[in-house]
Design a binder for this molecule. Structure first.
Ligand SMILES: CC(C)(COP(=O)(O)OP(=O)(O)OC[C@H]1O[C@@H](n2cnc3c(N)ncnc32)[C@H](O)[C@@H]1OP(=O)(O)O)[C@@H](O)C(=O)NCCC(=O)NCCS
Length: 186
């Protein structure tokens, strides 16, 4: 699909936040926050083992594409004033679907940052990458993320029992979905 060949990531803005395309240069300011295990309590991932490992990962992501080129792998740093406040991620397929993920750094949680930032990314994905349907997978214990998704209009689609096993426990997940296509005109 042409949009995949021509897509270029952009800096996005909300009234109080800037969403910067994630680059290797962001590793330094994020490493400390990502070393906090609380950021990964309900995620299968762990804190990055070293700043070098984080730099390598962000370097790979600067291509904005999966190795085969079949998916857009998009990441933004959320900046509040001059400070890093979180991360947004979208994996986009040619079938107009995206899977999103998000992490707000601990000092900025519960201030409405995710609520403000995610819709701007979703609007961009619809306009610039032709995405029509967005999914999110959330651990059933992650009450704050579930409240966030429901506030943003996502609908719960299904429960995936034993989706994963990490940090000593089984992880069951809810799959949430949001349709970005506008309703047909009457
Ligand atoms: C889940 C997570 C992304 C939520 O991000 P957040 O920025 O704290 O979310 P918000 O601030 O937008 O909303 C959370 C709370 O802030 C409150 N809030 C405060 N000011 C607000 C404002 N101006 N606008 C909206 N909500 C506001 C909301 O009422 C909400 O309360 P609730 O959690 O009791 O429902 C964050 O906790 C996080 O990064 N967790 C670790 C990683 C993670 O679990 N990611 C999700 C994986 S699925």
């Amino acid at each position: 699909m042409p949009v995949f060949d021509t897509y270029k990531i952009e800096t996005l803005a909300t009234p109080t936040l800037t969403l910067e395309p994630l680059t290797v240069a962001h590793a330094n300011e994020l490493f400390g926050h990502l070393s906090n295990p609380a950021m990964f309590e309900f995620l299968p991932q762990d804190p990055p083992p070293s700043i070098e490992a984080l730099r390598e990962r962000y370097q790979r992501w600067e291509t904005r594409r999966s190795p085969s080129g079949s998916e857009l792998w998009l990441n933004w740093l959320i900046r509040h004033e001059s400070v890093a406040a979180g991360l947004l991620q979208a994996t986009c397929t040619k079938t107009k679907k995206a899977l999103i993920a998000y992490q707000i750094v601990t000092p900025f949680q519960r201030r409405g940052i995710a609520t403000e930032a995610i819709p701007v990314m979703l609007n961009h994905l619809h306009q610039a990458a032709a995405i029509d349907t967005v999914r999110a997978l959330v651990d059933t214990r992650n009450a704050r993320s579930i409240r966030l998704l429901e506030r943003l209009g996502f609908a719960k689609k299904r429960l995936i029992r034993d989706a994963d096993h990490f940090k000593g426990a089984a992880s069951h997940e809810f799959e949430y979905e949001l349709d970005l296509t506008p309703p047909p005109k009457q």
